[in-house]
Structures are given as C-alpha cells and as structure tokens.
Design a protein around this ligand. Structure first.
Ligand code: HEC
Length: 141
C-alpha cells in the first residue's frame, strides 16, 4: 500500500481536519469570551462615555480616523490619543480645526458644547484604557 493515497485516507484527512479545526475554533471562541471581561474596560462604561461614543458616531470621526485599528486611514489612530496628548490638547485641537496649514490634511470644525466635549474626551479616555495587547503598536497616531 505504500505510496498509494486511497479514497479512505482522503476522507479521514477531511473529517479529521474538519473536527480538529472546529474544536480549535470553539476553544478560541471560549477563550475570548472568558478573557474579554478583564480586557474591555467595561467597568468604566459610564453614561458619559456612552454619550461620547454617540458623538464619535454621529460626527463620523471614524470616516477619517481609526480607533483601535477600525475605521478609515485618512487621519491618525485615536485609540491612544488620550494617553499621547491628554484632555486639554484634544479640546484645544478640536476647537482649532481646520488648521489651514498648507500641505497638511484638514480636519473639519465641529461645533461641540462644553459637555459634549467632555463626553467625547471621556470616550477617548475609556478607549485608551482597553487592554489591547499593545495595539496600536507604536506611540504615533
Ligand atoms: C474629514 C476628516 C476628519 C474627520 C471627520 C475628523 N478628523 Fe480628526 N483629524 C483629521 C486629520 C487629517 C488630522 C491630522 C491633521 C494634522 O496632523 O494636521 C486629525 C487629527 C485629529 C486629532 C489629533 C491627533 C493627534 O494624534 O494629535 C484629534 C484628537 C482628532 N483629529 C479628533 C477627531 C474627532 C474626535 C473627530 C470627530 C468628532 C474627528 N477628529 C473627525 C481629519 C478628520
């Protein structure tokens, strides 16, 4: 039989492989479900953070920026912007747009009230404290 690849060998590889990878997939899913509560910063999900996420969505920040890698690649990653820049910088930055600097990509002006600004910053702070296994991988935007 050596050197012959039979139909039953092919069938065993097919079924064995299917079962193996299905179990592997279940194990990964289980592991994700088990570890997410320690990583996703859910205890910090206040109403203010939720309101900030609503601003993030309704103003379509994600149409230009990524957050933890999700979004568009026109503008810097903002998952870590709270840690990189701090609340005061973010506030001043948003109020000062567009910069009008020649040769630089422009961010539109957003008319946000003081409390909307605080909500947005609370959301960015929340996002920066999610345990992402160091994503994004560098300190740049
Ligand atoms: C039309 C595209 C666009 C939209 C929409 C947009 N931005 Fe931006 N944003 C930019 C660009 C481009 C830059 C970088 C500009 C530069 O470096 O001169 C930027 C930079 C920033 C920075 C500074 C990042 C850093 O690393 O210093 C922050 C904070 C920021 N945006 C927040 C937001 C928030 C919050 C929203 C939604 C309310 C938003 N942006 C919506 C284009 C956009």
């Amino acid at each position: 039989m050596s050197g012959t690849f039979t139909k039953s060998m092919a069938r065993n590889i097919f079924y064995g492989g299917t079962v193996f990878f299905f179990l592997f997939f279940l194990a990964l899913t289980f592991d994700t479900e088990r570890t997410s509560p320690q990583r996703d910063n859910r205890e910090a999900l206040t109403d203010q953070v939720k309101a900030g996420k609503r601003i993030w969505e309704t103003r379509n920040c994600v149409g230009c920026h990524t957050i933890l890698g999700e979004g568009a690649y026109f503008a810097p990653e903002l998952g870590n912007v709270y840690k990189r820049r701090g609340a005061e910088f973010i506030k001043v930055w948003i109020n000062a747009q567009p910069s009008g600097t020649p040769g630089r990509r422009q961010m539109p002006h957003f008319e946000l009230s003081e409390s909307e600004m605080d909500e947005l910053i609370a959301f960015l702070k929340y996002a920066s404290e999610i345990k992402t296994s160091n994503w994004p991988p560098n300190d740049e935007g």
